[in-house]
Design a protein around this ligand. Sequence first.
Ligand SMILES: Nc1ncnc2c1ncn2[C@@H]1O[C@H](COP(=O)(O)OP(=O)(O)O)[C@@H](O)[C@H]1O
Ligand SMILES: [Mg+2]
Length: 219
Amino acid sequence: MSALIEASAVRHHYGDRAVLSLDALSLEAGAQHLVLGPSGCGKTTLLHALAGLMLPDAGSIRVDGQDLRALSNAQRDRFRGRNIGLIFQRLHLVSAVSVLRNLALARHFGRKPPDRARALALLDALGLAHRADAMPAELSHGEAQRVAIARALINQPRILLADEPTSSLDDANAREVIELLRTASEREGATLLVVTHDQRLRDRFPSATLLQVPEAEAA
Ligand SMILES: Nc1ncnc2c1ncn2[C@@H]1O[C@H](COP(=O)(O)OP(=O)(O)O)[C@@H](O)[C@H]1O
Ligand SMILES: [Mg+2]
């Protein structure tokens, strides 16, 4: 059986500058994995490539056996909607509507029927039951981060990808968010990949890949 996520020889450039170089990444279903590296080593680029938000210049990315390069843009969008939950570094909550409505919108965009009970259960599991009717601007950063986790999980993705989920949190909140990410992913049966420069997370995952800023290529 092949891995759920299989990436090899992934390279990306902006202009003539190499910004991502990843030799191999292979995650089995249910894995919880950390990609750790300094700012500018291409972590966000990698996350976007794994989510099929962009195609890297070179390399192969397979998700559940599907080569992302073989899909059209529209097919990639559908594939992402069905399989991948994303937590962006900037959370992108919709500020005009409540927490619960943010989850409902995510269901809608994922072409899934409304499921208020599931939304409330997820919020409850993330310690946010009392914030369901709050507006995003009323949330602490830690709360907003947890809403973003709930939103990423609402459509039952097989894979949860999180970009710097702890970078602006103090130690206690960072620990809590990682614990929540790990337990919620496990409960939902989602494979978890976190990318970060946050060295505090180093020992908090069962496995990790260290990424480096690609060396400039010889002219
Ligand atoms: N759209 C873009 N155009 C040009 N350069 C970019 C673009 N996006 C990112 N970069 C550059 O690529 C490098 C890698 O970016 P990124 O993937 O965001 O790294 P990380 O998330 O590890 O900090 C950075 O130096 C960044 O400035
Ligand atoms: Mg980044």
